[in-house]
Ligand binder design. Structure first.
Ligand code: ASP
Ligand code: MG
Length: 411
């Protein structure tokens, strides 16, 4: 029988009543003839509570025990979902990560899935089980300890199961009804997309669209797992939500699919560093070792053998970055004259696979921003994305202007 993966996020299993509602969705798919793998998150808020308990008990916790505690939220919802389905006369069984087994690396707290041997679950399907309810977010390390996959990781569990079982589709049930052209809270013209390409979704997820864990989209793209993002609160329909799929499945699309933004950016400039081979390595090596996530980088034209180096980073990493710079210069790795920090910038990006075949997108973007008198501080581009750094106070305005410029309110 064809396999369908259905993942329910924390708000969709937040209490017994919601678990009941989710189980009814599962029953619909079982009735269509699917063998279903249900992947559940912990009840919303539960994982935060568990993380809090760990920190309260042991601030410098042993990561193995963090995982032992934090993985438990999903165990509860998996068992409850299996019970609810049994109450509805659907043969169902719960599976914790180690029971499947979901084999992961031993990087506790951010483990990666290496393999999901499907035999155990397939044997049960062959014996008549119709639903395997899998605890998301968790696995087992080569040492035999429980691991977790990083926050939001049950999306990745779901996609990995869809790949391992060759599922027809992976439905991600959440509290929003799909993927939007931009955040509707910022732009009231934001429109739900019927389809979006893997690559576009990957950019949007890594730019901060919270609807899917970035890693899950990477995995879906690699294994060509069709993903559908939909709300568990709306009435069910066959065409609900947004399909994340291969670009070949998208007949016609706008040049730009969406506008993404990140409010919490900072910009740092090291002025008058020597313009010599190895200078970028000398600056960015120590920053990366200190765990600073440098994003955009600009090196100015040099004058008298000196140049300015500007980069962006998350605003909450400024202190860490300053320390890394001071340590590196203290060691004599390089010199600079000033360290200028701007902690009030935001990044706004336009994303679309259509950019590969259409020219002039950047020019349109810059013109739309200039019409609003918004100054651009840093620009970066990739094949399907253009990002600019601007003053944070203009972020909303920029998003709205770009949404209008690229006509995103209509399909
Ligand atoms: N419960 C985990 C979290 O809150 C995993 C997930 O829900 O995806 O991060
Ligand atoms: Mg999530």
């Amino acid at each position: 029988m064809p396999v369908l993966v259905m993942k329910f996020g924390g708000t969709s299993v937040a209490n017994i009543d919601r678990i009941h509602r989710a189980a009814k969705r599962v029953a619909l798919e079982v009735a269509k003839g699917y063998d279903v793998i249900v992947v559940v998150s912990a009840m919303s808020g539960k994982t935060n509570e568990l993380v809090g308990w760990v920190n309260e008990t042991s601030p410098l916790y042993d990561a193995r025990e963090y995982d032992a505690v934090v993985a438990s939220g999903e165990n509860v919802t998996a068992g409850l979902m299996a019970l609810r389905l049994q109450e509805m006369d659907i043969p169902a069984r719960s599976w914790q990560g180690w029971q499947v087994p979901v084999k992961t690396t031993s990087a506790h707290g951010s483990a990666r899935i290496e393999d999901i041997p499907p035999d155990n679950i397939n044997r049960k399907f062959a014996e008549g089980m119709r639903v395997a309810v899998v605890a998301g977010f968790q696995g087992i390390s080569p040492e035999g300890r429980v691991t977790t996959l990083g926050r939001g990781g049950s999306d990745t569990t779901a996609v990995a199961f869809a790949a391992a079982f060759n599922a027809e589709r992976c439905d991600i049930y959440t509290d929003v009804d799909g993927v939007y052209t931009t955040d509707p809270r910022i732009c009231d013209k934001a429109r739900k997309l019927d389809r979006i390409a893997f690559e576009e979704m990957l950019e949007l997820a890594s730019l901060g669209a919270k609807v899917l864990q970035t890693r899950s989209v990477e995995l879906a793209m690699r294994y060509k797992v069709r993903l559908r993002v939909l709300s568990s609160f709306d009435e069910y329909s066959e065409t609900a939500g947004t399909l994340v799929c291969d670009e070949e499945e998208i007949m016609e699309s706008n040049v730009v699919a969406g506008v993404a933004f990140n409010r919490d950016e900072a910009k740092m400039t090291l002025t008058a560093v020597a313009d010599r081979p190895g200078i970028a390595a000398a600056i960015f090596g120590p920053l990366s070792e200190a765990g600073v996530n440098v994003d955009m980088i600009v090196q100015n034209i040099s004058e008298d053998g000196r140049t300015d180096m500007t980069f962006s980073l998350p605003v909450d990493q400024i202190k860490r970055a300053e320390k890394a710079v001071m340590q590196a210069t203290g060691r004599g790795d390089y010199t600079f004259s000033d360290l200028v920090t701007d902690d009030a910038v935001a990044k706004v990006s336009v994303v679309g696979i259509g950019m590969r075949s259409h020219t002039g997108v950047a020019a349109r973007m810059f013109k739309a921003l200039s019409a609003e008198r918004i100054n651009i501080k840093v620009i970066t581009t990739s094949e399907i994305k253009i990002s600019v750094l601007i003053d944070r106070k203009y972020m909303e305005l920029a998003v709205q202007a770009l949404h209008d410029e690229f006509g995103l309110e209509k399909a």
